[in-house]
Every structure is written in C-alpha cells, then in structure tokens.
Ligand binder design. Structure first.
Ligand code: NAI
Length: 349
C-alpha cells in the first residue's frame, strides 16, 4: 500500500517512542528510515521498525546514552555513542565531522559503540549538502563467506560516498560490499519472491534462489569485494579498538545486549584541494557526461550513482511510498513488538 512520507515518519517515530526511545532520537531514526524507503531501499526502511522496537524495549539499544566527542588531533576525533540508536549517533557524528572539515580541510571521525544505523547514504548526503565530500563505512554482523570459504566471517560492511555538484543534484554512491544487502533477502522473504543465484549460498555453500534457504551472503566480485569488506572492518572496527571480523555482534542473537558497532566518517573539503566552484562544476560535468553516454541495448540511459534513487525519492514524495501491508498494519497497531527476533537465527526460515 502507499503512504505519504510524513505519515510514515510519524508512524515510525511513534512506534519507537512507544518502545522507549527519546522523541529526538526517534525522529532521527524515522527520518533515516523514510529516506531509505523513499529511495526504494526498503531493506533499510520501515521494515526494520519491529526489530528496532523489540531491541529498544529489551534494553539492547540504550535509551539514555551519554554521548562523548573527543578530538584526538586537528582533523581526527572519536565519537562515543554509548550504544544509543545508531541512526541518531551517525548523524550527530557526521555533523561534527562536517564542522571539522570546514575548518581544517579534512576530518576523520571514528564512531564507537552504536546500534544499527541503516542506509549510509543519509549521512554522506549531509556532507554533500554542505558542499563537502563524504565517505562513510560501518561494520555489520558476520554473514558473508570470505572468498573461497564456506563459513561467514565478515558483515555486509557498506561503503558510501557523496559529492556535491553545482546544482541541487548530488552523486551518492552507497553499497553493501555483498552482491546484495541482507535486508534485500528479508525483503524477498516478506514478499515471498525468489532471489538470483548470485546473491547468497545455502548450508552447503552452494548458490540458492530461495531466500528462506540462505545461510550466508556472497561478496561482490569475489576476492575484490572480500578485500573491500575487510578494509571496512579494519577502518570501522580494528582502528577503533572494537570487536571485528566474526566477533562483531549479531543483529538477532541477544536483543538485550548492546551491539557496540563501529563506523567511520571521512569528510573532505574541496576548498583545501582546488577551487570549490571548479570542483562542483566538474562534478556537474561528470554527471552530464555520464548521462550522455550511449546506453547499450536494454538500458534507457546511463545514470550516475544515486540518480535513480533520487528520482524514486522525488516520485515517492509526490505520489506516496509503497510499503508492504504487513509492515503498515504493524505500524498502525498497538503492538510494540511481537517477541519475534530475540535469539532468532538470522538465517532461520
Ligand atoms: P544497491 O545495490 O541498490 O545500490 C548500490 C549503488 O549502486 C547505489 O549507489 C546506487 O545508486 C547504484 N546503482 C544502482 N543501480 C544503478 C544504475 N542502474 N546506474 C547507476 N548506479 C546504480 O545498494 P545495496 O548494496 O543493496 O545497499 C542498500 C543499502 O543498504 C545502502 O543504503 C547501504 O548503506 C545499506 N546497508 C547498511 C548496512 C548497515 O549495517 N548499516 C549494511 C549493508 C547495507
């Protein structure tokens, strides 16, 4: 069914507040989830609310976190999130990184001890909105087979990048380092649709098209994606002294536990490297040139990264966001959670 972005945001926020989250934090979580749903990233939108609400209600997300921001050098800082709602913490940390990069040309802010933070595009877009380049990466629970392996070791460890142009359009590249994000498997399950055999493997390490048979995901481009997810784990985990590799906490194992996840934001101020105007003009030029490349058969147009999601967002704001009926029914119901996720094997059917 279709809902407006405003209605969806209010429903999400109210549900999270009911679960125990502070209004300010709930509103930011809702904003990040609506950002994802409007862009067609349903895997990181409203479908996550029931899980978040259960984790909040069980104490696995700290509802009164004590945030600490420590500058460790002219361009470096550590943001301690005290296991509060990840979306709120990531936004706050990026806000600080932006301030530092405006002043010093570059900022690297390590974010420690947060819960799941959703679609990273939201945070890099904050930097691009200020005329800066943003790069964000974060840890996620181990569910990916390393190249050549049969057992999971790394998470879907996403990387996002945004650059401003001379118009209100931005390049926003945001991807899981797996062929698909885990949320896409959940989305396929919620719609009872099959998945391509390149996304994931079953219990024997063999490719599967049944989202209910999935036991681990596959990295993008074999050893190359595997190398990228390792890089993300090192920069957002090892570098910050956090649990890493297959010791990263699971999303579903114990919902009373804090997840203690890590994230890193890098912000670059183009003014310190070239003329900011020239930089933005050249980004616009890049976008236009890509759009003008001859499309091959089956393609209408070559899009720059983020273009399609931006078009989807414009459409969603005009004509509403398509969400699964069950999710809407949960959001409008009185229930906070159905005790559905605790100790659930993420790969269970
Ligand atoms: P995706 O595969 O849908 O898109 C990846 C990138 O490719 C995007 O930048 C998109 O703009 C670009 N793209 C897609 N089709 C294109 C086309 N035809 N032409 C040009 N560019 C195109 O994204 P994915 O990997 O499924 O990730 C979805 C979301 O999940 C992201 O927001 C990511 O941050 C989030 N995520 C969050 C995690 C967390 O723990 N917080 C873990 C994993 C993913």
């Amino acid at each position: 069914m279709k809902v407006t972005a405003k209605e969806l945001g209010t429903l999400i926020s109210n549900k999270l507040i009911k679960a125990g989250l502070d209004k300010e934090h709930a509103n930011v979580v809702a904003d990040v989830l609506v950002h994802a749903d409007t862009r067609g990233y349903h895997s990181h939108g409203a479908m996550r609310v029931e899980y978040y609400a259960e984790r909040i209600a069980k104490g696995g997300i700290n509802t009164s976190p004590v945030i600490q921001f420590e500058k460790t050098g002219p361009t470096t800082a550590i943001f301690e999130g005290d296991n509060g709602a990840g979306h709120y913490m990531a936004k706050e940390a990026m806000t600080e990184a932006i301030k530092m990069a405006k002043e010093n040309g570059i900022a690297v802010v390590g974010v420690k001890n947060i819960s799941h933070s959703g679609a990273l595009s939201y945070f890099v877009e904050q930097a691009a909105d200020e005329g800066l380049v943003g790069i964000s990466m974060c840890q996620s629970d181990p569910m990916v087979v390393p190249f050549g392996g049969k057992e999971p070791y790394y998470g879907t460890n996403p990387i996002a990048f945004a650059a401003p142009s001379s118009t209100d359009k931005k390049i926003i590249f945001d991807m899981a380092t797996t062929v698909q994000a885990w949320g896409k498997i959940l989305h396929a399950r919620s719609k009872e649709e099959s998945i391509p055999d390149t996304w994931a493997v079953d219990e024997h390490g063999e490719p599967t098209t049944d989202p209910f048979e999935v036991k681990a995901l596959l990295p993008i481009a074999g050893p190359k994606g595997y190398g990228l997810m390792m890089m993300v784990d090192i920069l957002s985990g090892v570098l910050l002294g956090l649990a890493h590799g297959n010791k990263v906490t699971s999303m579903y194992e114990d919902l009373t536990e804090h997840r203690k996840l890590g994230q890193i934001h890098l912000v670059i101020n183009p003014e310190f490297f070239t003329s900011a105007k020239m930089f933005k003009d050249n980004i616009t030029k890049t976008m236009n040139e890509l759009n003008q490349i001859q499309p091959r058969a089956g393609f209408d147009q070559v899009s720059y990264p983020g273009q399609r999601s931006e078009e989807r967002a414009e459409k969603s704001l005009e004509s509403g966001i398509e969400i699964v009926d069950d999710i809407y029914e949960y959001l409008v119901s009185e229930a906070v959670h159905y005790n559905k996720y605790n100790n659930k094997d993420p790969f269970a059917k």
